[in-house]
Design a protein around this ligand. Structure first.
Ligand SMILES: *Cc1c(COP(=O)(O)O)cnc(C)c1O
Length: 418
């Protein structure tokens, strides 16, 4: 098969999800052409509908003031509930297990307040050696907060390898499980794009008495997740990456149903987690709501939730199944085109489509990777650079096209020739 622009365009014409690109604002270069935007793993693009959803709340604020909590078209008092079912579908959870609140690092701390319960014998936290820095800071500060200096246990790839081997993860859990209080991993890993077997890790961790949580910053809206069935205790994610909700937007949380009524677990409390019937009584002792909602603290930022709602409505019409199917094809197409460059570009992400999402992390083996990155940037590609030598490319099935991928590889080829 010849890989030409015409071929890429043909693939786009046959793509059943092609209409969705039009529902997003694609950033435009000075020359009037759209950027080749492959950075949805950092910040998703703006759904055109976000403006309408946000305007509705601005209007209702104008019109009703505080009464908008009850009389807005979408009453603010329960606004977060409008997001729950759709978010639960995206991550494969039951509605009682999901809430949209706060932001990711904050939620990790709140969840650790409840689910990291170290003892003198069992206090370690297991993470990936290349975990996202914020997660590492969060975990280290939790260890310190509980008075431990040496509790960080890292899963490292083997000498000369970049990816973790599932069997090595399992061996570590089996070997050190009885000293591990919490396993907290990213899925996929933000750097390599590697997906691990969450269900297996949860089962193994639980068999050893560990609590198992996941950071799904790069998984939500990307992978076909089955959080409930996976059995993990908790998870947290942001919504501004694959879920396209805007910079700094509110995050998502999952707490497994088995903890829905674990009112004896310590938790940091606030009025939004309190029984809805008596929340405004303001006189009672804290009476937490069952399920993930019981972990809420504050009344949420409605303008941000409105943007999330716009995006979730799009996800709900497409469905993760169709998205994930297109995602495999689109990323597979990128992988195929990159084969021509195998002397200069090393794909460090897993080859098996079931062990990755849409992101491919490219290590530039020839010359300065940073120079290549700057060159493709100058030529209209928006991608993401990670020290020391990785370009992360995320073909997002909602709005990226085969033509985007084709142009990206042509631009990369030209940059490598220079
Ligand atoms: C993007 C990302 C974050 C960002 O955290 P915020 O609290 O939303 O700023 C944290 N962890 C991982 C793994 C990420 O990919």
């Amino acid at each position: 098969m010849k890989h030409t622009l015409a071929d890429a365009q043909q693939r786009d014409a046959q793509d059943e999800l092609k209409g969705y690109r039009d529902q997003f604002h694609i950033p435009v270069q000075e020359n009037g052409k759209p950027f080749v935007y492959l950075c949805g793993n950092s910040l998703g693009l703006q759904p055109k509908s976000a403006e309408t959803y946000i305007k509705q709340e601005l209007e209702d604020w104008k019109k009703f003031g505080v009464e908008g909590h009850f009389h807005a078209k979408n009453p603010w008092l329960q606004y977060h509930e409008f997001l729950t079912d759709k978010m639960a579908k995206i991550v494969g959870a039951k509605p009682i297990e999901v809430v949209v609140m706060n932001t990711l690092s904050v939620n990790l701390h709140l969840l650790m307040a409840s689910f990291y319960r170290p003892t003198k014998e069992r206090y370690k936290i297991l993470i990936e050696s290349d975990a996202f820095p914020s997660d590492r800071y969060a975990v280290n500060s939790q260890l310190k907060f509980h008075g431990f200096d040496d509790g960080l246990l890292e899963l490292k790839p083997r000498e000369g390898e970049v990816l973790l081997r599932q069997e090595d993860i399992e061996a570590t859990i089996s070997k050190d499980g009885d000293s591990i209080a919490l396993i907290l991993m990213g899925c996929p890993n933000y750097y390599t794009g590697q997906v691990v077997d969450m269900k297996k890790i949860a089962a193994l961790g639980h068999a050893q008495g560990c609590v198992v949580g996941f950071d799904l910053a790069h998984g939500a809206g990307n992978l076909k997740l089955e959080l409930h069935d996976s059995g993990v205790d908790f998870a947290a994610w942001c919504t501004y990456k694959y879920l396209n909700s805007g910079p700094g937007s509110v995050g998502g949380c999952f707490i497994h149903e088995r903890h829905a009524k674990a009112f004896d677990l310590p938790r940091f409390a606030g009025w939004w987690g309190h029984n809805k019937e008596t929340r405004f009584g303001m006189r009672d002792d804290f009476d937490p709501l069952p399920g993930a909602e019981g972990w809420q603290l504050s009344n949420p930022p409605i303008l941000s939730l409105a943007a999330i709602r716009a995006s979730l409505d799009i996800f709900d019409t497409v469905g993760m199944k169709a998205l994930h199917e297109k995602s495999k094809k689109l990323t597979g197409y990128l992988e195929t085109l990159l084969q021509d460059l195998s002397n200069e570009v090393n794909i460090i992400s897993p080859e098996n489509p079931n062990e990755r999402g849409c992101q491919l992390s490219l290590q530039i083996t020839k010359g300065g990777g940073r120079m290549i990155f700057d060159e493709i940037t100058k030529n209209g590609v928006i991608a993401d650079w990670r020290e020391p030598d990785v370009i992360r490319i995320a073909p997002v099935p909602l709005y990226n096209t085969y033509e985007d991928i084709f142009h990206f590889v042509e631009i990369l080829k030209n940059a490598l020739k220079k």
